[in-house]
Design a protein around this ligand. Structure first.
Ligand code: FAD
Length: 431
């Protein structure tokens, strides 16, 4: 990682072709109030908190966190000399995604290179249908139990804090472009080994894919899973019993880069996004790892340079329920989306062990959705799609709450749900 100081590159900037542009590095922060210019490789510059992007965002390559006083951007192409002033210092990160020059007057500056940058000329439309919202070509079950696909682990990272209840990992799997999927689909994983009881191979377990079809690295060659390690609490031992831990989730959470994973799928069409109308509102309700498909949705709607992202004008509203703030998943990405697209992305958390509902009880996901019942119902009346994903146990509480709201509005709950299902606005995937 090399960040290049302006002084080193101003004179030679025009000589740099995108493909030969230098890589990034860590910029040492030795002084307060420094001015640096950076040369970067691909994409465009997005903004700090509260500012509209100056150029539509493309790939994210590098993240710069800065206490910025002002900044000035000069693009290679097509617009030269764009500049902007930040009226206040900000700690919000912003991303550099295109080839160009940026001068930052900052109190402090640090950079993180995001992994696996794609090459400059790789446009993010190579996995689109034509037109992009045509789902007639969505495929399922290309790889089956008897002839599974072998993926390779790129990375496995714990993504919850120390006080989270249990462990959840983000796992990136390389499929070399041979196992395409759509946002909202799942992959099956066949854990290695055989069952103790009968010596037969383990059954396949499904996992919602947590990335967009392009994968976290935007190459279209990886997919990500969000997996919670299943443990067994033995009431007699008053401790975890390792003999009864979940087979597949523990296998996945213990994987190392390069490990092979037997996979099936892609599975499911119930959680696809209806992209034909770019004004569609999405209401996404998740508990725990149920966040996985919605991370894919948010990346597709807001972080990519795809026809779908460029067309999107609706509102995507995410409700996530977890036990406490350490158990939040992908919060940094969702905060980023919220800061950058305040008109199009809403985020509400239900933290059962940290927040109280209006009756003074624990704040569960249904309590959080209920707070906005009028808005949610209005949106659904106007064609919004509502999605639920997570543990099965979330649905009775949600359904009771919706039934109560229907009652208060003089609606017949069964008829109301039937109407949403008939119009394909109701999507549930719980396990
Ligand atoms: P298993 O080995 O199948 O065990 C299941 C449970 O039983 C565990 O909690 C285990 O501790 C317990 N157990 C084992 N032995 C005993 C015993 N003797 N007595 C009592 N209890 C015992 N999960 C995710 O983490 N992320 C996702 O995105 C995700 N998406 C899904 C999508 C779909 C469509 C579906 C259907 C499921 C999804 N799941 C997801 C759940 C996932 O498929 C697995 O069910 C989960 O990971 C547990 O599998 P396992 O092999 O680890 O546990």
């Amino acid at each position: 990682m090399k960040i290049v100081s302006a002084l080193a590159f101003v004179s030679t900037a025009s000589a740099f072709m995108p493909s030969t542009a230098p890589k990034f590095g860590v910029l040492p922060v030795e002084r307060w109030r420094e001015t640096r210019s950076l040369l970067w490789e691909c994409g465009s510059v997005t903004h700090a908190s509260g500012l509209k992007p100056m150029i539509p965002e493309r790939r994210r390559c590098v993240r710069i966190s800065a206490l910025v006083i002002s900044w000035h951007v000069e693009n290679w192409e097509p617009d030269k000399g764009q500049s902007n002033q930040l009226t206040e210092s900000t700690k919000q990160p912003f991303d550099l995604n295109s080839c160009g020059f940026l001068t930052i007057h900052a109190l402090s500056l640090s950079t993180i290179e995001l992994p696996n940058r794609t090459s400059l000329n790789l446009k993010q439309d190579f996995l689109e249908a034509s037109p992009y919202y045509d789902q007639s070509a969505v495929i399922t079950n290309v790889y089956k139990n008897k002839a599974p696909f072998t993926g390779k682990i790129v990375s496995t990272k714990r993504i919850v804090g120390p006080k989270a209840t249990g462990e959840t990992c983000h796992i990136i799997i390389d499929h070399n472009g041979d196992f395409p999927y759509w946002e909202g689909q799942s992959w099956g994983v066949i854990p290695p080994g055989v069952r103790e009881k009968d010596g037969k191979p383990h059954a396949v377990r499904l996992y919602s894919i947590a990335s967009s079809r392009y994968g976290d690295d935007m190459t279209g060659k990886t997919g990500s899973l969000c997996v919670r390690r299943a443990t067994y609490w033995c009431p007699e031992l008053q401790a975890e019993d390792p003999a009864k831990k979940g087979i597949c989730s523990n296998f996945l959470c213990d994987t190392q880069p390069g490990d092979e994973v037997m996979m099936t799928g892609p599975a499911g069409k119930v959680m696809l996004m209806p992209e034909e109308d770019p004004n569609t509102d999405y209401i996404m309700v998740a508990t725990g790892t149920g966040i996985a498909p919605f991370r894919g949705f948010v990346r597709r709607l807001f972080f990519e340079d795809t026809p779908a992202a460029n067309a999107y004008k609706g509102e995507a509203w995410l409700f996530l329920g977890v036990a406490n703030s350490d158990a939040l998943l992908y919060d940094d990405e969702f905060q980023d989306a919220k800061a950058r697209f305040p008109e199009n992305f809403r985020l509400d958390y239900a933290l059962s062990r940290e927040q109280e509902n209006k009756k003074g009880g624990k704040m569960y996901i249904q309590d959080k959705v209920e707070e906005y019942a009028d808005e949610v119902f209005n949106k659904l009346d106007n064609g919004a799609h509502i999605y639920f994903c997570g543990l099965k146990g979330m649905m009775p509480g949600i359904q009771d709450m919706l039934a109560e709201v229907c009652k208060s509005k003089g609606l017949d709950y069964e008829e109301w749900i039937k109407g949403l299902k008939a119009k394909k606005q109701w999507h549930v995937e719980v396990y």
